[in-house]
Design a binder for this molecule. Structure first.
Ligand code: NCD
Length: 309
């Protein structure tokens, strides 16, 4: 019986067993991608629209490649060239897309909650490729999949997200996924870059990188989201790097630590350039695993669509 997923709007909806089902399926896609067999027919006859209302390099390409490798019919939608700029509402835009019999909408949008809203009001299936500073569930899945492949499991792992937690949708999806998988989760950031309700997240907090490195088995290093803030939340970038940047000496002190980063990297700010390229860095494996994870997610949604037909 294949794993069925009606939508993927939030990481909170994924149970421990659902995540493991997706990893199992991603592992098979990963093996076929690696073997050079580039296609599966999991999305044969299923139409997918990729609607990116915000900038993206990795996530957009990764979903497009994943959908193509699953034999979907794909339509790209460029928000900057669409009628969204002529005042059309999001729901009207999506209703028009649906009228063309689209099955799955993969969307990135700057409004937190846009996907949840569409899940309730639209007919097609919704997959969240990032909503504002709210969630990015496939990024969290691929982060956990990367560490699971490296260490066998993340159960009991000490996992720390470092940087701009306040504006990060990656952090808001990572925390529930890693907690569901039994990891111990922490965040390391200046107080001004932590959400006010950080206690509600049930994570440990560190206020400098040295303490976080001493504690952690793996760090997920986040960029400062300058585009989502209009006030100076850190005194200077130089001081931020001093207190929160991951440096080569951390890798010498902790040679077994794993370094993740969702990209885009700002070399020299949240990490030293050499850290991004070090043996401990899993940044490019994350990108490779992202395609397999997105194939698994799209296939699970396609299975659910077929089960309802
Ligand atoms: C992230 C995003 O867009 O949320 N990147 C990504 O999807 N790979 C993180 C970021 O922009 O810093």
């Amino acid at each position: 019986m294949p794993f069925l997923l009606p939508h993927l709007t939030t990481a909170h909806a994924l149970s421990h067993s659902a995540i493991l089902e997706l990893f199992h399926s991603a592992e098979q896609y990963y093996a076929t991608l690696r073997s050079g067999a580039k296609r599966s027919d999991a999305l044969q006859g299923i139409s997918v629209v990729l609607a990116f209302f915000e900038n993206s390099t990795r996530t957009r390409m990764s979903f497009e490649i994943a959908a193509k490798r699953c034999s979907a019919e794909i339509t790209g939608f460029q928000a900057s060239a669409s009628s969204v700029n002529k005042g059309e509402t999001l729901l009207d835009t999506i209703r028009n897309i649906e009228a063309m019999h689209v099955d799955i909408l993969v969307m990135r949008h700057s409004s937190s909650g846009a996907h949840e809203f569409l899940r309730r009001h639209a007919q097609c299936r919704i997959v969240n490729a990032g909503d504002g500073q709210h969630e990015h569930p496939t990024q969290a899945l691929l982060d956990a999949f990367t560490l699971t492949r490296k260490f066998g499991s993340v159960q009991g792992m000490k996992y720390c997200l470092v940087g701009d937690i306040l504006h990060s949708r990656v952090a808001r999806s990572n925390i529930p996924i890693f907690k569901a998988l039994g990891a111990e989760v922490a965040v390391c950031a200046p107080g001004t870059l932590l959400p006010k309700d950080i206690e509600a997240f049930g994570v440990k907090t560190f206020s400098n990188i040295d303490d976080a490195v001493a504690w952690a088995d793996a760090l997920n290093v986040l960029r400062i989201q300058f585009e989502r803030q209009d006030q100076g939340l850190i005194p200077t970038i130089r001081e931020y790097t001093e207190w929160f940047g991951v440096k080569q000496y951390h890798l010498h002190a902790k040679p077994d630590i794993a370094i993740l980063h969702p990209g885009p990297i700002n070399r020299g700010i949240e990490l030293e350039a050499s850290v991004a390229d070090a043996a401990q860095s899993l940044i490019l494996p994350q990108v490779e695993h992202g395609v397999a994870i997105r194939m698994a997610v799209l296939a699970a949604v396609a299975h659910d669509i077929r089960s309802q037909r």
